[in-house]
Design a protein around this ligand. Structure first.
Ligand SMILES: Nc1ncnc2c1ncn2[C@@H]1O[C@H](COP(=O)(O)OP(=O)(O)OP(=O)(O)O)[C@@H](O)[C@H]1O
Ligand SMILES: O=P(O)(O)OC[C@H]1O[C@H](OP(=O)(O)OP(=O)(O)O)[C@H](O)[C@@H]1O
Ligand SMILES: O=C(O)c1cccnc1
Length: 483
């Protein structure tokens, strides 16, 4: 193949196609199955994660189809596929149901982020891509949110493309960062595709391409007088960079223009920003902002602020886009129910590790919001048909790993977490705009107590099971172990 294909249908693990074929041969390919996506452990030792990836999942599901190129390639991988299998693939479209938690929602371990209800054939095919999208985007949105937590009032710029794990990661990561409260990205394609505001300064190369720094600054200001941010650390930040920037600011002022900012990209950012601020103020430019970059993350930014750094804008690249301290979110896709004689029966995955025992069955997930405080108290997983929670009755919350830990709650609102996205293959979800997602995320942050949001040693937010779900889980564990 010469070009790169846009068709993501084969963006799946080979074992999915193996299982699809084996189901087809066995005649079980049309049996219905229910799979759920969830993660077991929060990333970055944090107290929450920020759900992202749904929009990409929607586009993927809508475009799923095996074209002739895909079919021809599959033939090269297995000579003995039955022809009727390949015909079935040719006619394949996703006709299942899909529910998911909207992007920007704060999410916690064991809560289903996405649920696929479909034939085992289609539900198996989509596992890999859904996990790929949701795991990465949720991870980056979470990292970006942690950065936002330490710099809630400053401007945050996403600068990661050059260090991202290739092009898709760069643009979807830029989008995830914007959802979590970043203000702009340096990636113009992300700007064009998603409508994210874009920002850019200039590189050391601009200064190096001139005989003097002063000349470089002046030429830049003349070329782009409306958006002058000058990088001042190419030679000597305080002895040449900032003084030359001040000269340029004066030149611009003489032409009725204002310089935007200077950028610091090396050295002691606390000290240099304080000195640069003083110099700019003394020269009569208190409105010129200071941008900092250089391998920043939430810990360094927090440290710089504690040191009294005078930084208005943070440019964050590598550490954010690669989620450097936690390169993957371990979201999984597990079978929780399957069709048997026209009815869904719950299934469980047992493990010696109690945290890894899956929560069986077709579940509903609610966020319990206290009517008194307006704050989230816990997430509550119940069987779909349970009604006491929907009526707002007093309920008992069980810790799924330590059932002796429980709590009764009343006077709450139970907000369903999963939205209906596809019904019988039709998109029924009204996709919110990216700015709506971003605003919704900011609102989500406000309904959580700060102890769940803090960066270091946060409180564990409760994700509890209903009594009926707890009993079902116990019954299934016993059915599988007492034999
Ligand atoms: N006052 C400070 N307190 C804590 N960390 C800082 C402070 N100032 C800068 N840093 C961080 O320390 C690290 C310095 O990295 P490094 O030594 O590679 O940079 P540098 O030598 O200043 O610049 P260069 O990028 O040119 O190598 C960066 O992650 C930077 O953000
Ligand atoms: O540091 P990050 O958070 O990844 O942000 C992006 C970095 O990319 C640019 O420089 P680059 O790293 O290409 O070169 P430099 O460090 O030599 O300036 C820029 O000056 C930032 O330092
Ligand atoms: O505009 C910038 O300053 C920028 C963009 C990408 C990476 N580093 C810096």
């Amino acid at each position: 193949m010469n070009g790169m294909t846009d068709n993501l249908t084969l963006h799946t693990d080979k074992y999915q196609i193996n299982m699809m074929y084996a189901h087809f041969v066995q005649g079980t390919d049309k049996e219905k199955a229910v799979f759920e996506v969830y993660f077991r452990k929060l990333p970055f030792d944090g107290g929450y994660a920020v759900c992202a990836g749904l929009d990409r999942v929607i586009q993927y599901i809508q475009n799923l189809h095996f074209g002739e190129e895909e079919i021809a390639y599959l033939r090269t991988q297995e000579e003995n596929y039955r022809e009727d299998f390949l015909t079935t693939l040719r006619e394949f479209r996703f006709r299942g149901d899909l529910q998911a938690i909207p992007e920007g929602t704060l999410v916690f371990p064991n809560v289903p982020l996405v649920r696929v209800v479909g034939t085992i054939f289609e539900a198996q095919l989509v596992e890999t891509a859904i996990l790929n999208f949701v795991n990465y985007q949720t991870l980056i949105a979470t990292k970006a949110s942690r950065i936002k937590q330490v710099a809630p009032h400053e401007v945050l710029l996403e600068f990661g493309t050059r260090r991202a794990q290739e092009a898709d990661a760069a643009i979807w990561g830029a989008r995830a960062a914007y959802v979590a409260g970043f203000h702009a990205t340096s990636n113009l394609r992300a700007g064009m595709l998603f409508g994210i505001p874009t920002r850019g300064t200039h590189a050391h190369a601009w200064v190096q391409a001139h005989d003097t720094e002063e000349e470089a600054f002046r030429a830049y200001a003349e070329a782009l007088p409306e958006q002058v941010t000058l990088l001042v650390d190419t030679y000597d930040t305080l002895r040449s960079g900032v003084p030359n920037a001040i000269k340029t600011a004066r030149l611009l002022a003489s032409r009725g223009k204002r310089m935007n900012a200077i950028r610091l990209d090396s050295g002691d950012l606390a000290y240099l920003s304080q000195q640069a601020r003083r110099m700019l103020d003394e020269a009569g430019f208190p409105e010129v902002k200071i941008v900092a970059s250089n391998d920043l993350d939430e810990n360094i930014i927090e440290g710089l602020k504690a040191q009294g750094a005078k930084i208005d804008v943070w440019g964050v690249g590598t550490q954010l886009i690669t989620a450097a301290d936690q390169p993957a979110l371990g979201g999984v896709y597990k079978l929780v129910a399957r069709e048997n004689n026209g009815e869904f029966i719950p299934v469980i995955k047992i493990s010696g590790n109690p945290e890894k025992v899956s929560n069986p069955g077709f579940k509903a997930a609610y966020r319990i919001i206290s009517k008194k405080t307006g704050k989230a108290e816990a997430d509550y997983l119940a069987l779909q048909q349970e009604e006491d929670i929907q009526r707002g009755e007093r309920i008992k919350l069980f810790d799924p790993v330590h059932p002796y830990i429980f709590k009764f709650i009343e006077n709450y609102e139970a907000v369903p977490l999963l939205a209906t996205i596809f019904t019988a293959g039709e998109l029924v979800y009204e996709r919110p705009s990216l700015d709506e997602i971003r605003a919704y995320h900011a609102e989500q942050i406000r309904i959580f107590w700060p102890q769940y949001l803090r960066k270091l040693n946060p409180e564990g937010y409760r994700v509890n099971l209903s009594a009926a779900l707890w009993k079902l889980k116990m019954d299934l564990i016993h059915a599988h172990t007492i034999m």
